[in-house]
Design a binder for this molecule. Sequence first.
Ligand SMILES: Nc1ncnc2c1ncn2[C@@H]1O[C@H](COP(=O)(O)OP(=O)(O)OP(=O)(O)O)[C@@H](O)[C@H]1O
Ligand SMILES: Nc1nc2c(ncn2[C@@H]2O[C@H](COP(=O)(O)O)[C@@H](O)[C@H]2O)c(=O)[nH]1
Length: 393
Amino acid sequence: MGEEAPEFRVDNITLESKDCEQNAIDLGNKTYVIGRSDDDSKSSFGIKILDKQTQTWVVPTVLGAQPPTKSHSAILINDEKILVLEKGVSLNDSIWFLEIDTPFVKQQRKIKGGEVVSWSKGVLGVAEKPVVISGPSGVGKGTLIAKLMKEYPSKFGFSVSHTTRSPRVKETDGVHYHFTGRSKMEQDISEGKFLEFAHVHGNLYGTSIEAVESVTDEGKRCILDIDVQGARSVRASSIEAIFIFVCPPSFEELEKRLRARGTETEEQIQKRLRNARAELDQSNSPGLFDHLLVNDDLETCYENLKKLLSLDDDHEDSDDCCMKDGKTTACYSILSKTDSEILLQSETNEVEKGAASLLALDLSSLTGGAPGRTRGLKIQSVNSIDNGLKGIR
Ligand SMILES: Nc1ncnc2c1ncn2[C@@H]1O[C@H](COP(=O)(O)OP(=O)(O)OP(=O)(O)O)[C@@H](O)[C@H]1O
Ligand SMILES: Nc1nc2c(ncn2[C@@H]2O[C@H](COP(=O)(O)O)[C@@H](O)[C@H]2O)c(=O)[nH]1
């Protein structure tokens, strides 16, 4: 429902006063007003949309973790997203994208039946695709993932799922799963906090957006251990991932492993085995899984997994990002934009401390986005203002 527009016009300008800073971004028939004003709650980053034809304001549903409320500069990147750069914080923490018409936002608009926008934090540097591992219960997914995490603790991070099933004896809340009640989980799902969820073996399981984002924020590659329904949902989302299905050498061996694990009752084992047949049938669904791995001998399977993930290659991260170590503390604001780059200008005192005065954010480097982070941001220093502005204006 829209409310009547107040009597002022907005263009691509920053509206600033002592207690209020807002950016107004025009796109087609709409103007997006981003930022906090005097009457907004100080704890939220207000967003309003003006329909210029009807002169009505709409307050959209805002998804995703939002930037802390500080002053910012903003610029339209394309008809799908706006770059919002927070002022006064280090570059690593300052880059945010407000998605206004991405596929995810379009999908959410349909679900929620109203105007929706979504925040997605930018993450600097080369980012590798998340890895989705599926396969029938008892095939050894958890065992393989545990080996990977043990050998490469700084490279991989596990997406800790939520589940309504009870913890097993050796399971810890927050480590193996977030154990939760059904009504709480259903509530969180309805509020859009989950990337995917599914009813599996009689319980509800799901991957929260936060679970994936917290791994990405640590600069690690995210591993998801989810069932085939979950893999399908992630495949249908905007997240680009590698999908691996782990098969048992035989059904008999699968049953043997499940029984030997000793964590399920006979009734639960029977249910998991019934579901295993269906999951194995779906492993060949066209376009779903990128790789099938047979877990016969554990060490052989683990070596094959490492090959799939290129862990046997000695490849280095790309060297062309001046923020490769992600440690810069300099602060920047938006200067200008071309089709391929956005120029960022450092605050004067940062140059004195030796920070690059001008940086170029390569727009072709962006991957991912809501739900989740916008990854792979490539930023290069531009030697001089003259060089930097060549072809920019
Ligand atoms: N290659 C293997 N050979 C023999 N036993 C194995 C092998 N891989 C895993 N196991 C054993 O099989 C059992 C099931 O493994 P695991 O718990 O990792 O399966 P899972 O696929 O994660 O199951 P779930 O989906 O139910 O969580 C464990 O007891 C594990 O030690
Ligand atoms: N769709 C999802 N499936 C999940 C998730 N977390 C785990 N799982 C799958 O559930 C079964 C059973 O797991 P268990 O720990 O009870 O043995 C297994 O296939 C997992 O892959 C999730 O977040 N979403």
